[in-house]
Design a protein around this ligand. Sequence first.
Ligand code: ZN
Length: 445
Amino acid sequence: MILIGNGRAITWNKDKPYLSDGCVAVEGSEIVGLGATPALKAQYPHAEFYDARRRVIMPGLINAHTHIYSSFARGLFLPQSKPNRNFSEILKNLWWRIDKVLDENDNLYSAYAAGLESVRCGVTTLFDHHASQRHVTGSLPVMEQALSGIGLRACLCYEVSDRDGPETAERAIRENLSFIIHTEMQDTSLIKGMFGLHASFTLSPETLEKCAAAMNGRRAGYHIHAAESVEDLIDSMKKYNKRVIHRLYDAKILGEKTLAIHNVHVNGEDFELLAATKTMAVHNPESNMSNAVGCAPALEMMRKGVLTGLGTDAYTQDMFESLKAANLIHKHVQADPSAGFAESMEMLFINNAAIAAHFWEKPLGVLREGAYADLIVLDYNPPTPMNAASLAGHIMFGMSGRAVASTMVNGRWIMKERVMQTVDEVAIMARCRAQCADFWKRVTA
Ligand SMILES: [Zn+2]
């Protein structure tokens, strides 16, 4: 039994969203009590006590869409003759050059790097979308090895696409299936599997059919980029005379366990299909701005009943950063200073938890009895009154991932007072840098 107390506890628990002297009781992997520090100390006098020292205690953050494989891209310069003019050129000139070269060790150390960065930013659950054409078979277990070694909660998949030929697509289908079966068999509460698909414009009707056939009878759900750039929409209209979401609906890809990522080039008809099939959407504002693909109509999509969460698309691992970008982009684009604030808070703190509930057995993203013990402690010393009514403003304008001091996943301290507890961070980061230096040589050769 561990008590994490003497803190300002943001619980996202409907009855008591904020406790000014909050304490969380953790037994095994679960939260077993929540209340005032003196009361819980009296109830559990022999429990180990973690003193939050008036700092903030809150549920661990959930990143609903990221790419671990992009870890080695930070600072990488790939020479090209002309600047990128659109999203397709960004994919061809950067990401598709990177994912063609990644090998087993690159995947392992990318996962360590992204995992450790996530822990430092207070992310305790992540949904990853992976690609490494030289190392398809066995790539997901290698990433699992790193993430489980750190102790993170994650849902992994491999993106099927036609861009590397039918054999690679076939290997990717098998990698998804075998990993889904593996996670079902081992019955772990940490690692889950989904079926990854790249995007409509890189998937032929035959390959989509093969994927749907492979998933027949399984309830794992698909994880796919949908209508991210206008090129995806144009491709689908030209080849199939259907909008992207309509095409995915006809191919039986949509559904209550499917994650449709981005949804920038969507309209009312698409919202209806997403809502009717209970397909989940994920908004990635920084990535959309960086790739200049447009502003996803995420607020409208939420109003039309589509469960919409928030991801980073690996632009960062810091969900506070993504939250701030989501708040700003809609204000800016709509020229409406009241747009986006409540919705971006809802995406990160309510909807990401609702998305995670489709994959894990117990609640995540909330501090309450019966939820998984995934929580963080942040250094935050507010200059203004902090209470249930002012919470959202403190989070939006005062907090950032770098304020996270301690991170607990499944009742286990992964980072305590900024020191990693489960792995030797210094040694692993040295290995990551060595591996990355070697990768940079190979990718620029
Ligand atoms: Zn993505």
